[in-house]
Write a protein that binds this ligand. Structure first.
Ligand SMILES: *[C@@H]1O[C@H](CO)[C@@H](O)[C@H](O)[C@H]1NC(C)=O
Ligand SMILES: *[C@@H]1O[C@H](CO)[C@@H](O)[C@H](O)[C@H]1NC(C)=O
Ligand SMILES: *[C@@H]1O[C@H](CO)[C@@H](O)[C@H](O)[C@H]1NC(C)=O
Ligand SMILES: [Ca+2]
Length: 518
């Protein structure tokens, strides 16, 4: 350790507080070898091992990355008494380090280690880290870690998954980074979507000092409510006579509602941006025919499908009809909420949530759930897990005072986590601090599905906008979204909307202003 410390002093020039540009970033002075890293210190934890190896000219074909050169460090640790093992993986760029640290998040039940998260960050020169939170990396089920013994929830591990691992991740990640480059990172960022969005938000709420900037997209927060709520369509369907309508029929209803409301935002682009103005009633379709391309047949819209869709848009209610939770938007591809029992997606996440965490009965048959049972599971879920796992504390003042900046975008057409969840949270934050936009800004990505996909406008530059805000003080007023066909529209700071100027090219962001109405 002494030799290493001495090495740092000898090899590094004095570090100024200004951000070094890439070409003057310090070359790594530390060998990529596990035993020589300084052990990070974490309260209540014990390091089990630190291993490291160098990767040269490494490729990640699935995300189109090539020629990555980095030192991979794996830190394993435990919390004595918990019988757990947590893995943190850190990638340290060898030749393009930009003096910044980036924590990356997961999806579903996975906190997520792995190259598709770390790769993009290291490609841009970030020292980057992820954690498995001491759980396995199964996205759709917590079966491997939810219980200590059959039917007994491992709350320690749930808490670790929910937030404590997110305190330890940057402590370890930044310590290893500092040890490698002989200097602490100049700026630190978080990026994540879905569970990664929730991880970012809960970090801002509980550990406000860790990051200068947090990008927390389509956050899977409020899990205690929205996971049971995702089951609502199934409950409605089984309360109505007749077979479950086909996915085709649900898709056709979504397409009809987008078509009916497309022009309310004044731009016929196949994207429903004026969510609040759309009053389309699916009952008006009943009896009309539509073409189902998967079966190449002509089918007729049914009243059952129309009722299910309407109720999914309205959101779940108690047995006496009082609203329990918000619904999904009228452009979300909600077929998956009614037809995919056993398939990847919202229903599987909701099913395993109710089996393992709510009823503690992995063989619970959700297909026979009644409205009364649904209501009882919903209320138990909220009672037991909202404090533990929701990540929806609206008090961000510690983050504000720590000088942090946070951005969230959420696709309006999200059919897994309704955009209304984030709107609900942002409203709550704003209620407590009308100056919230000084440090936390929210954007609706019109027509974007869960984290990506959809006919709408994807904000490719959102992370760069966050960096500009943190490092240069450039407040993001709008993000540029690009569709899969190359059309552009701005995403505006919520609640502003992108208003077309009525004359310019509708496919160019410059033809829009951010306004209160369309
Ligand atoms: C500790 O964890 C291991 C592996 O997960 C398990 O085999 C063992 O039974 C656990 N011990 C206790 C005391 O829970
Ligand atoms: C669909 O069905 C129509 C007539 O029923 C037929 O003419 C057409 O070839 C079919 N298309 C495909 C792709 O099978
Ligand atoms: C409906 O149910 C909710 C929740 O159980 C209860 O708070 C409310 O008072 C009920 N309303 C009526 C009209 O019964
Ligand atoms: Ca439109």
């Amino acid at each position: 350790m002494k030799l290493f410390r001495a090495g740092c002093l000898v090899l590094l020039p004095t570090f100024s507080t200004a951000l070094p540009s890439r070409d003057v970033s310090p070359a790594p002075v530390h060998a990529c070898s596990g035993p020589s890293f300084k052990q990070p210190e974490i309260a209540g934890a014990q390091i089990l091992s630190i291993t490291a190896r160098e990767f040269l000219a490494y490729s990640i074909p699935s995300i189109g990355l090539t020629n990555l050169n980095f030192c991979e460090v794996n830190v394993a640790y435990t919390h004595p008494g918990m019988n757990d093992t947590v893995q943190v993986q850190i990638w340290l760029p060898l030749n393009n380090y930009n003096s910044r640290f980036q924590g990356v998040g997961g999806g579903g039940y996975a906190a997520t280690l792995g190259e598709t998260g770390l790769g993009p960050a290291v490609a841009e020169g970030y020292a980057t880290a992820a954690t498995d939170s001491g759980t396995d990396s199964m996205v759709l089920t917590p079966a491997g870690w939810a219980f200590k013994s059959p039917g007994v929830v491992n709350y320690d591990l749930v808490r670790q998954w929910a937030y404590t691992s997110l305190n330890e991740l940057p402590i370890i990640g930044k310590a290893i980074t500092e040890s490698f480059y002989c200097s602490a990172p100049v700026y630190s960022y978080w990026t994540g979507c879905s569970n990664g969005g929730r991880q970012g938000l809960i970090t801002a709420q509980r550990y406000p000092e860790h990051y200068d900037g947090i990008l927390a997209n389509a956050p899977a927060m409020l899990a205690s409510d929205w996971l049971p709520a995702a089951f609502w369509g199934q409950i409605v369907a089984s309360s109505l006579p007749g077979p479950m309508p086909s996915a085709c029929e649900f898709d056709a209803i979504t397409a009809a509602s987008v078509k009916a409301c497309d022009g309310l935002d004044k731009v016929m682009d196949g994207v429903l941006s004026a969510l609040d103005l759309c009053t389309f009633n699916p009952q008006t379709l009943v009896g009309q025919s539509f073409h189902c391309s998967t079966t190449n047949t002509t089918q007729t819209f049914t009243s059952k499908a129309a009722t299910i869709v309407q109720k999914i848009w309205e959101g779940p209610t108690t047995p006496n009809g009082t609203s329990l939770w918000n619904g999904y938007s009228k452009d979300a591809a909600i077929a998956a909420l009614v037809t995919d029992i056993g398939q990847p997606g919202a229903i599987t996440l909701a099913t395993t949530w109710m089996q393992y965490f709510v009823t503690k009965n992995p063989s619970l048959d959700v297909s026979t759930m009644t409205l009364e049972q649904f209501y009882s599971y919903f209320t138990s879920s909220v009672a037991e897990y909202s404090e533990l796992a929701d990540g929806a504390d609206p008090n961000l003042s510690p983050f504000k005072h720590a000088g942090g900046k946070m951005l969230t975008w959420h696709g309006s057409a999200d059919s897994l986590i309704p955009v209304e969840n984030t709107i609900r949270y942002y409203r709550d934050v704003e209620k407590g601090d009308e100056d919230v936009r000084d440090y936390y800004r929210f954007f609706v990505a019109q027509g974007i599905a869960h984290c990506s996909g959809g006919a709408g406008y994807y904000p490719t530059g959102s992370f760069d906008a966050l960096v500009q805000w943190v490092e240069k003080g450039v407040e993001p007023e709008r993000l540029t979204g690009t569709s899969m066909t190359g059309r552009e529209q701005p995403l505006c700071v919520w609640p502003l909307v992108a208003r077309w100027d009525g004359v310019g090219d509708e496919g160019v962001a410059g033809s829009y202003s951010c306004a209160e109405t369309f």
